[in-house]
Ligand binder design. Structure first.
Ligand SMILES: Cc1cc2nc3c(=O)[nH]c(=O)nc-3n(C[C@H](O)[C@H](O)[C@H](O)COP(=O)(O)OP(=O)(O)OC[C@H]3O[C@@H](n4cnc5c(N)ncnc54)[C@H](O)[C@@H]3O)c2cc1C
Length: 306
């Protein structure tokens, strides 16, 4: 199982191998379970449909290989447009950015500037900007970025990963801001020096971090499909007497749709992560890696498509 996961994550970094998959994925439809489409228009339609079913959204444009200032500014322009279109169509939701899309790795000043501008634009529209957490080599600078933007704008949130050993101390540092924190397990391959390797350890760390979020004045965004951890979060929310608008659950488009519907029926604030764009294969591969059984439905779809 671990070998399949490692292979799929490795494959997700090899565009020359994944391009043929990309060419057929949208045509045959198997990619649409996890990706809203290749265009913003398609993503907005999916978002409106989720809203109609009682769910909020968090919108993300795919694309992880940005190498120039022009490309970073292009990503900024897309997010700016997403904010405007969401407002115009009254879509209930936020956006989330990957700092590398805005140039964090080669132009940190530009990334800070673009993120601040998005936060300002979101603020003017009564919206919010969430920041994804990427691979561990940039965890520290991502927390720095969040702190920088949060000093000027209250409407910014950050994702943190329970597989990283450093996350409890990051939360200690962020506690004075009382921010919205999206807690995830973590989706990248990380070495043992920085990350827990055993599922049991990652899950235990997630439970401990939930305790911290609910006890210390954060707005917890519980981003997992793990039912035991969701039960733990719901117990914490009940014990603290939190209203449904004081915490939320986040899940990925196409993953545990049954559970998403059930949480809505139970009155839990549910937000679905909606991704779109042409560079969807690395994201898609990570979803397959999380549950190699998903590979089965891709293979079936490919065979049907012949
Ligand atoms: C809203 C949201 C935002 C995220 N943002 C980030 C981020 O910024 N940075 C980051 O590193 N990671 C992010 N992730 C991904 C996250 O780190 C995990 O890789 C992913 O959520 C799977 O872990 P899990 O918590 O669901 O637990 P797991 O232990 O992986 O899964 C628990 C159960 O959920 C179900 N499940 C999980 N994944 C799938 C799947 N693909 N298909 C079908 N069933 C599945 C299965 O029933 C499984 O038993 C995000 C996840 C979510 C939900």
């Amino acid at each position: 199982m671990a070998i399949t996961r490692d292979f799929l994550i490795w494959l997700s970094t090899k565009p020359s191998l994944t391009r043929p998959i990309a060419r057929t994925g949208m045509r045959l439809g198997f990619a649409r379970r996890f990706i809203a489409g290749e265009t913003l228009e398609e993503a907005l339609r999916v978002a409106a449909d989720l809203n109609a079913r009682g769910m909020l959204v968090v919108m993300n444009q795919l694309g992880e290989h940005v190498h120039s200032r022009e490309e970073a500014e292009g990503s900024y322009a897309t997010y700016e447009r997403i904010l405007r279109e969401m407002a115009a169509r009254k879509i209930a939701g936020t956006i989330t950015i990957k700092p590398t899309q805005l140039g964090l790795e080669f132009a940190p000043d530009l990334c800070r500037d673009l993120t601040c501008r998005l936060a300002a634009q979101a603020q003017a529209l009564g919206n919010m900007v969430e920041i994804d957490m990427e691979h561990s080599a940039i965890s520290g600078v991502t927390v720095d970025l969040f702190e920088h933007v949060r000093n000027a704008y209250p409407n910014v949130a950050l994702a943190v990963q329970s597989y990283l050993r450093r996350t409890q101390s990051d939360l200690k540092r962020l506690e004075p801001f009382h921010p919205k924190i999206r807690l995830v397990k973590g989706a990248y391959n990380e070495p043992p020096e920085v990350a827990f390797q055993e599922k049991r350890e990652v899950d235990q760390s997630y439970a401990n971090l939930l305790d911290t979020l609910f006890a210390n004045g954060f707005f917890p965004a519980v981003a997992t499909h793990d039912e035991a951890l969701l039960d733990h979060a719901r117990t914490l929310a009940r014990e603290r007497g939190l209203r449904p608008d004081q915490w939320e659950v986040q899940m990925l488009l196409g993953v545990r749709r049954d559970l998403q519907e059930k949480l809505v029926r139970d009155g839990v604030q549910m937000r679905v992560y909606v991704t779109f764009g042409t560079e969807w294969v690395p994201y898609f591969m990570r979803r397959l890696a999380e549950r190699p059984a998903n590979v089965g439905f891709v293979v079936r779809s490919l065979l049907k498509g012949r």
